[in-house]
Design a protein around this ligand. Structure first.
Ligand SMILES: [Zn+2]
Length: 457
């Protein structure tokens, strides 16, 4: 007798889409059975006509908790993740107060957020110029990677110089961790921004021109070289450009352990959206051209990416449109840069990839579950449909049409560049460890059910 049987679905793994049944016991996948073999179970879910994906893993989300709850918190952010089909969220260490930069703060953060999580979660550890001695402690606590910047960030989270990145990656290499970077070259962006302001180019084209692909390319290539020199595993965050993806692919082909993620917005939205609609579409790196969006998909298809992340970066309405800390936003450079997408990424990726571009669902399972779990050291428990793995599943109705409305969003701030988007193919059931936590876009799970997942290796 099993607890749950998910039957008649088209089971999607990285290798194949096969009709079959999944038997679940004690929160784990007990057996993957051929179609027609239907053992008894307490609960039976009929997934006929639907795809059954491994639960998606969001490799990059800012849940902003503790400390910045006016932007987002665990309760709202993880509820949104559940509704959208992300069963595990890898949460960023910054836009936290304090930022997650040592082992003691790791425990404090778990204490602060655990009772509010609807989905399972992992932590990125902080990597800033003054916490190199704390990295091993964070790693031992279970951090899955370390996040740093080669570009401007908020005053409470400093970026690394290339020299500092070199030392940090030598240190992280010693204990086998992975260093992740926001790759946009600081000096180039800062100079370009000043140049635009000097030339009076305070419009959205000015913003786009201040963050060229070149800035992303230079930072990425440098980090790849530092990774090669140190032997440290590296992760390139939120790649927006197919030319940058090509450099990463070449390093992978040379045998270096360099992983990367892109985001649903880089696979669906364009620079035109920024020009036409402004602040809601501001993010960093910025959105690129339609031609680049189309080419970026080929790097999802060939497996270059270990993650289609949300880079969920919420803010209040005022931070996007009106003012920050009492100062009026006077130009495009001052509006908050970040797109809220944790609830809609999976459906957007499915629609753009599997419906519009006719890409095999296996590609998505690989990019959103299998490879992320491997890159972040939680494969074996998360990321696949195999006996022994947590029963984290997303059941997708490929025929179900959707339109994203702000009412449907679970975010603290119900604003998103994705509001108004329409598509087909919707995650109708999200299951975590054998329990249904969301149905038809509505959260049915319990707050606090989500658990901390520490790195396994
Ligand atoms: Zn981010």
């Amino acid at each position: 007798m099993y607890d749950v049987l998910v039957k008649n679905g088209r089971i999607v793994t990285a290798d194949a889409v096969t009709k079959g049944n999944i038997a679940i016991r004690d929160g784990r996948i007990a057996a993957v059975l051929a179609a027609g073999i239907e053992p008894e179970a307490e609960t039976v879910i009929d997934a006929a006509g639907k795809y059954v994906f491994p639960g998606a893993i969001d490799t990059h989300a800012h849940l902003n908790d503790p400390g910045y709850e006016w932007r987002e918190d665990y309760e709202h952010g993880t509820a949104a993740a559940a509704a959208g089909g992300y069963t595990t969220v890898v949460d960023m260490p910054l836009q936290n107060e304090p930022a997650l930069t040592n082992a003691e703060l790791f425990d404090r953060k778990v204490e602060a957020v655990d009772a509010n999580a609807y989905v399972d979660y992992c932590f990125w550890g902080g990597l800033v110029p003054d916490n190199f001695d704390d990295l091993k402690g964070l790693y031992d606590k279970g951090c899955v990677a370390f996040k740093s910047f080669i570009g401007p960030v908020s005053p409470d989270y400093s970026p690394l110089s290339y020299g500092q990145a070199y030392e940090a990656m030598q240190r992280i290499r010693e204990f086998g961790g992975r260093a992740g970077f926001h790759c946009e070259d600081f000096s180039m962006i800062k100079w370009q921004e000043q140049r635009m302001i000097k030339e009076g180019r305070l419009d959205w084209q000015g913003f786009l021109d201040s963050r060229p692909v070149l800035a992303e390319m230079i930072a990425t290539v440098n980090i790849i070289e530092i990774a090669k020199a140190t032997g440290c595993k590296a992760h390139i965050c939120h790649v927006s450009s197919p030319d940058v993806a090509q450099k990463i692919k070449e390093a992978q082909q040379e045998g270096y352990d360099i992983t990367a993620e892109t985001c649903a917005h880089y696979l669906s939205l364009t620079d035109k959206d920024v020009i036409e609609n402004g602040a809601l579409f501001k993010c960093a790196p910025p959105l690129r051209s339609q031609e680049e969006v189309d080419r970026l998909w080929s790097y999802v298809e060939d497996g270059t990416f270990s993650g289609i992340a949300s880079d969920h970066s919420p803010c209040s309405y005022d931070e996007k449109f009106n003012e920050i800390l009492g100062n009026k936003i006077t130009n495009v450079f001052e509006a908050w840069g970040g797109i809220s997408g944790i609830q809609s990424c999976f459906q957007v990726a499915f629609y753009e990839g599997c419906v519009k571009r006719n890409i095999c669902p296996s590609v998505l399972a690989n990019a959103m579950a299998v490879q992320p779990a491997k890159a972040f050291g939680i494969y074996g428990r998360k990321g696949d449909i195999r006996p022994g793995f947590d029963a984290d599943l997303v059941i997708v109705d490929p025929e179900k049409e959707w339109e994203i409305t702000s009412d449907s969003l679970y975010y603290v701030n119900k604003i998103s560049a994705f509001v108004g988007r329409k598509g087909k193919g919707f995650p109708v059931i999200t299951m975590i460890r054998g329990r249904v936590v969301a149905e038809d876009g509505r959260v049915t799970g319990e707050k606090g059910y989500g658990s901390l997942i520490r790195r396994l290796d």
